[in-house]
Design a protein around this ligand. Structure first.
Ligand code: RIB
Ligand code: CA
Length: 315
């Protein structure tokens, strides 16, 4: 079976790590390489976390290329309160052997798009869209060779997670998001709302994954800080796994429940709605849709996929 080739752009924090582990274990896909951006943590720390995740996944070892090291315009505001200072739960995880590969990830992305057959390569973006924005600006014609770009980003049709209206990846670099959303490329935005409600990992889901083996233990334990935060926030142990939800929507479309085409625009102001993605559900703008917005997953199929790709299937 010819595997779908994939590039993953990541600001590798703990939910990125779970999503990357899932992608490694989906036999229908081959990860060509990773490109690194800043977000959850610094770009350097995100690269180290990606290398650790590759080692822990124990499959094949694609190159990890550095990308742009800071948001285009705004200061980097890491999400240490959510993922820990190191982005991986502060449990001492460091790469034991692997190193980043010399070369710039954006150049490598453009080269791959030129070399691969037209409309054959997919990109999954799990962090702020800084790298993708630069790629669009550098070589828009080459970027149009992409088959599809699936993005964890926006509040979807729900609420934000850094402000009432803004989700972290877009909020961290709204100028980059504006460039990507206006690029005309085939985009799917998976909103933070897609990983909430019955898609949240429950205490029993968490226990099942954690007890399933080394990979499952890694995927849960690196999310330790988020789990503790959620116990305080929601009163019960639970995990809102934004990047795993986006990865599942990208690699396993049957788990998508609600996904519709809308005209979306980004608030690049410095006001209270900075970083919000305005989803024009009622066509107030009169503009043609530019994005598919996935706002809900079929939780049973999402969790089946997640269990399968983390080695936590029912025995
Ligand atoms: O808002 C959630 C997103 O921001 C996830 O990608 C998480 O890893 C952070 O990057
Ligand atoms: Ca991320």
């Amino acid at each position: 079976m010819l595997r779908q080739r994939l590039i993953i752009d990541t600001d590798c924090g703990s939910d990125d790590a779970m999503a990357i582990a899932m992608a490694f274990n989906d036999e229908a896909y081959e990860i060509l390489f990773f490109t690194i951006c800043a977000g959850n943590v610094s770009a350097e720390q995100a690269a180290a976390n990606t290398l650790t995740t590759i080692e822990k996944s124990g499959r094949y070892e694609p190159p990890v290329y550095m990308g742009v090291s800071l948001p285009l315009v705004r200061p980097l505001v890491c999400a240490h309160e959510t993922h820990g200072t190191d982005g991986m739960g502060d449990i001492g995880l460091v790469p034991s052997r692997l190193k980043t590969t010399p070369g710039n990830g954006i150049i490598k992305m453009l080269e791959a798009l030129e070399q691969e057959p037209d409309q054959s390569l997919e990109i999954v973006a799990l962090g702020p869209l800084t790298n993708l924005a630069v790629a669009v600006r550098m070589a828009p014609k080459i970027m149009r060779r992409v088959k599809r770009i699936s993005i964890m980003g926006s509040a979807g049709l729900g609420t934000g997670n850094v402000t009432p209206v803004a989700e972290f990846n877009i909020w961290q670099d709204p100028e980059a998001a504006k460039i990507v959303l206006e690029s005309g490329l085939p985009l799917m935005l998976v909103g933070w709302d897609a990983c909430l409600d019955d898609a949240m990992l429950t205490a029993s889901d968490i226990e099942r994954i954690q007890n399933s083996g080394d990979l499952g233990r890694f995927a849960i334990e690196c999310n330790r800080v988020l789990l503790e935060m959620n116990k305080d926030r929601f009163g019960v142990p639970c995990l809102d796994m934004a990047d795993p939800a986006a990865m599942a929507a990208a690699l396993y479309p049957p788990c998508i429940d609600v996904c519709d085409a809308y005209y979306c625009s980004v608030d690049t102001s410095c006001g209270i709605s900075a970083g919000a993605v305005h989803v024009d559900i009622y066509h107030f703008s009169g503009k043609e849709p530019n994005v598919l917005v996935c706002s809900r997953l079929k939780s049973d199929l999402f969790k089946q996929y997640l269990f399968r790709t983390l080695g936590a299937e029912e025995t």
